[in-house]
Design a protein around this ligand. Structure first.
Ligand code: SF4
Length: 211
């Protein structure tokens, strides 16, 4: 996908909401991604987890998978593209993780919140699933009787209401990256644990990565 959407608007992704601004900048500028080996393994496991759980949501509960959306602001000069994992009247976002968080990550909330805004839905769900070589070993043990609040070992479901304040913050964040993009000056990066999973590590840590 190019960096400029319709009418020359800059394209962001919902999955970039409130993530490291420097990483988004590098993506917009077209720097090649170099994925660390450990991340590739997780990405593949994540894809399989999405496939298995997605099939259940589609076949058993009538959800549409990978629904594409665009939110456009000519005033701000950008658009946000997204692909909702599962959508019916409300969105469900699935996150495969090596360890499950006790509370949702702020940037996952911001991503789901973009979907809620687009769908004009009052609430949606975040599912955290523990990554496994064979996802059915986790997903086969889930209790679906209280759907959409699914329960089970190695699984966490959160019901999330729409948050107008968070949406404004997300727009501000994207706008500041847009400004940096136009000025050709990379913004400060997070330089945190997130760098472990970043394909642009080689740019921020040219002398090798240590955290
Ligand atoms: S390596 Fe870290 S600071 Fe640099 S772009 Fe990636 S996440 Fe941001």
């Amino acid at each position: 996908m190019g960096n400029n959407g319709s009418d020359g608007l800059i394209e962001f992704y919902a999955s970039e909401a409130l993530t490291c601004p420097r990483r988004i900048y590098f993506r917009l500028k077209g720097y090649p991604e170099r994925w660390p080996e450990n991340v590739k393994v997780r990405l593949n496991q994540g894809v399989r987890t999405h496939e298995v759980l997605g099939r259940i949501l589609r076949d058993r509960f009538g959800f549409e998978l990978e629904r594409h959306l665009v939110l456009r602001s000519r005033k701000l000069g950008f658009e946000i593209h997204g692909r909702i994992d599962a959508f019916r009247e409300f969105p469900i976002e699935i996150k495969g993780k090596t360890s499950l968080p006790k509370v949702p990550y702020e940037y996952h909330l911001a991503q789901l919140n973009v979907y809620l805004r687009w769908a004009e839905a009052d609430y949606g769900y975040l599912y955290y699933v523990k990554l496994h070589e064979e996802p059915m070993k986790v997903i086969g043990r889930l209790d679906l009787s209280g759907f959409p609040v699914i329960k089970g070992p190695n699984f966490r479901a959160f019901e999330i209401p729409y948050d107008g304040r968070l949406f404004k913050e997300t727009l501000r964040h994207f706008y500041s990256v847009k400004k940096a993009y136009e000025r050709d000056r990379p913004p400060e990066g997070w330089r945190s644990y997130a760098c472990r999973f970043c394909p642009y590590r080689y740019l921020c840590y040219p002398n090798g990565f240590e955290l």
